[in-house]
Design a protein around this ligand. Structure first.
Ligand SMILES: [Zn+2]
Length: 368
């Protein structure tokens, strides 16, 4: 009997070790991305040689230099991303500063948007994803997978800029509720409702692009949705940073990055003031690809631009040790984001999708 008891005990321990990561304090996860923001700006702030009319299409160089140019990389990045370099750097972790021995990278080899969004949402690299065309993604994303679990059913959503993302999320199959300023795939659930005033404001605003809108609107839709629906897992996608870079407007690229930092700050402060979220919510913040380096290549990205492989990734929440800006640490990959989102919630995405990359252990509560 004693022997059998020991075996049973060992079995219990063994099966616990095999099950999902131990549940920490995180009950809610927000994934927040901004399209094509370089690691160079995240860690070193504005790049002086691009703050000109010739290289960066800057209209008012004096104003831009006043707002973002400082003497050191630390001061420049803090001017550009004050929330990152105060709250997140003191309470969370930021990966990707290659000058300090931390590398965050894309593994799909394509370095443009659809493959990148698919990589961090599904945890896998699909070699058949070769374009930004609106094709339904055959791969299961972590939000869709969470939404199938009773604990999360109806508490998972996405609020996104860029018109292709609902196809990357395969809203038709996944049935994830989505807000986008553009039409959704046929068969997707009805678009998340926003306030009539916001809808009116969007419709009354002159459109700048045909597949992206100002992040202002996406952000307001996200804030309103969090307040009213209180999702447990939410994906928010900002997009202006990539558009302004392609348009060769370094001034507006910087100003939209600055705004994303403010948006994240306002989301963080809002959730910390809500009992459903306070001290039990983790934010993961990253991007879909890097960009080129130099006077002209900064505008672009893609397989032909090797530097676009490199990205950055930040995490802040109650289960992530406050190691701040990471240095001399292991490589983290874009594909690890999906399983990390699940693991923060105590769920094991890799058990369901074995080919998905493993979670980033450094940002998870250490098991006892
Ligand atoms: Zn782009």
């Amino acid at each position: 009997m004693i022997g059998l008891g020991k075996h049973l005990f060992a079995l219990v321990i063994f099966s616990f070790a095999l099950s999902a990561a131990p549940q920490g304090k995180t009950k809610n996860v927000f994934l927040i991305t901004t399209d094509g923001l370089r690691w160079q700006e995240v860690f070193s702030g504005a790049e002086e040689q691009l703050m000109t009319k010739t290289n960066g299409g800057v209209l008012n160089t004096n104003a831009l230099r006043r707002d973002f140019l400082r003497d050191t990389p630390e001061a420049r990045r803090k001017a550009l991303l004050p929330f990152f370099w105060s709250e997140i750097s003191s309470k969370g972790q930021i990966f990707g500063n290659q000058q300090k021995g931390s590398v965050a990278r894309v593994t799909n080899g394509r370095f443009f948007s659809y493959p990148g969004y698919s990589e961090f949402l599904t945890g896998v690299v699909d070699p058949n994803i070769k374009s930004n065309d609106k094709r339904p993604n055959p791969n299961t994303n972590v939000f869709e997978w969470l939404n199938l679990k009773p604990a999360y059913k109806g508490k998972v959503a996405a609020v996104v800029n860029w018109d292709v993302i609902p196809w990357i999320l395969n809203a038709e199959r996944s049935k994830l509720p989505v807000w986008s300023g553009f039409p959704l795939p046929k068969g997707a659930p009805e678009r998340i409702k926003i306030s009539p005033a916001l809808d009116q404001l969007i419709q009354n605003t002159t459109p700048l692009w045909d597949m992206m809108m100002l992040d202002t609107f996406t952000h307001q839709a996200a804030m309103d949705y969090v307040k009213s629906a209180k999702p447990r897992a939410l994906y928010i996608a900002y997009g202006e940073t990539d558009e302004w870079a392609h348009e060769s407007r370094y001034d507006l690229y910087l100003r939209s990055a600055y705004n994303v930092d403010r948006y994240i700050k306002s989301l963080w402060e809002m959730v910390q003031a809500m009992p459903e979220y306070r001290d039990q919510t983790t934010f993961i913040i990253t991007t879909d690809h890097g960009r080129g380096v130099g006077k002209s290549a900064w505008k672009n990205h893609g397989a032909e631009i090797a530097e676009a492989e490199f990205i950055w990734l930040a995490v802040i929440g109650p289960d992530t040790a406050p190691l701040g800006e990471r240095s001399q640490c292991g490589v983290v990959t874009q594909s690890q984001v999906a399983a990390t989102i699940a693991a923060l919630l105590g769920e094991d995405f890799c058990a369901a999708v074995p080919q998905a990359a493993r979670p980033i252990a450094d940002v998870l509560k250490k098991s006892k």
